[in-house]
Ligand binder design. Structure first.
Ligand code: DAH
Length: 348
């Protein structure tokens, strides 16, 4: 019997050494301690043992059972530790590895300028309105005092879709739309940013698509002085507090008088440099007092109401402000340009 027990012990030890996984260990437990296991079989021999030896046999049996259990449990712990160790090794994070670079978008330079201009006017109580990019001839030209055949139409060579529909060549039609839509024919203070289209050959200073911001104020007793004061605020906000503006006479069919506005050069302060072409002044926008025909055509009585209007090009402003050489860069979406720009500007 002793021999049998020693054999089982030896067998157990050998088998334990071969076990590498928890599953294998479980099989081994069944093999030795299960219902038909080697040690269980030993217990069944109890009935054939002479009475005087039963006690010794019993304690031997218990001892080997306990020992087997201990050995198996110990092995289990070792295997579990190994497994944990392996897991920790394979799942460990190498903090010295370079991280994944997150690319963050930036605000497009044109949108930046449009936002800045909107902010100036919203702070003065203006509403920001929009109009359609596919416009009728009526609003794009006729209501703006540009009847069919008017020579000034040629200056805005347009993309016609039908005889009466075109891609708007300016944001000025939104003036007429806003006045028409104002049922009470009361005061108006709006700006309208948006895209416009002209049949220009693209080059460094021309793009067939560009942006404009239209401004319109209609009220009783609006004068040129109001226009000048307003545009002075805009010029200072965009190009610096020391800026001055000057008016030059011009012609637009929808304003009378019409005025072109220059701002004193932000680079040289007015003494002359390449940016201002040695004149000390930079042209920034067109404007004027709303033509009586336009007011009348949109249901306003020009005897009671006057107004001023202006149109500014964010493309030109952005080029001046940020030293951008080619207007096409705004529209080709070359990431190198946009990233470069955002790096220089450093975002908001
Ligand atoms: N729409 C004009 C253009 O595209 C710009 C302009 C000039 C708008 C004078 C105005 C204005 O509202 O009063 O050339």
């Amino acid at each position: 019997m002793q021999k049998k027990i020693s054999e089982i012990k030896e067998q157990l030890q050998n088998r334990l050494n071969q076990v590498n996984t928890l599953n294998e260990l479980n099989d081994l437990r069944v093999e030795f301690l299960g219902k038909k296991g080697l040690i269980t079989e030993l217990s069944s021999m109890m009935k054939d043992i002479p009475f005087e030896e039963k006690k010794t046999f019993g304690s031997l049996l218990n001892a080997i059972k306990d020992e087997t259990n201990d050995l198996i449990n110990h092995k289990k712990e070792t295997l579990e530790m190994d497994e944990l160790q392996k897991k920790l090794e394979t799942e460990s994070i190498d903090v010295t590895l370079p991280g994944t670079k997150l690319t963050v978008g930036g605000i497009h330079p044109l949108i930046r300028v449009i936002d800045e201009i909107e902010e100036v006017f919203v702070s003065m109580g203006y509403d920001v309105v929009e109009g359609p990019e596919i416009e009728t001839d009526l609003y794009n030209f006729e209501k703006l005092n540009l009847p069919k055949g008017h020579p000034a139409r040629d200056a805005q060579d347009s993309f016609y879709i039908t005889d009466e529909m075109l891609l708007r060549s300016q944001t000025s039609p939104v003036q007429a739309r806003t006045m028409d839509a104002n049922i009470e024919k009361g005061p108006i203070r709006v700006i309208c940013p948006g895209k416009v289209y002209r049949r220009d050959d693209d080059d460094a200073t021309h793009s067939h698509q560009f942006t404009q911001i239209e401004g319109l104020v209609v009220d009783k007793d609006i004068s040129l002085a109001d226009l000048k004061g307003t545009l002075e605020i805009l010029a200072k906000k965009l190009f610096g507090e020391e800026r001055e503006i000057r008016f030059r006479p011009s012609f637009f069919p929808f304003t009378e008088p019409s005025i072109e506005v220059d701002v004193s050069c932000f680079k040289c302060g007015g003494v002359g440099c390449p940016i201002c072409k040695e004149t000390g002044w930079i042209e920034i926008l067109g404007s004027g007092m709303v033509h009586p025909n336009v007011l009348k055509g949109c249901g306003y009585d020009p005897e009671k109401y006057t107004g001023f209007a202006f149109g500014i090009g964010p493309d030109r402003v952005a080029m001046l402000k940020y030293g951008i050489q080619d207007v096409r860069s705004f529209y080709t979406n070359d990431l190198r340009f946009l990233e470069d720009f955002n790096r220089v500007e450093g975002g908001e």
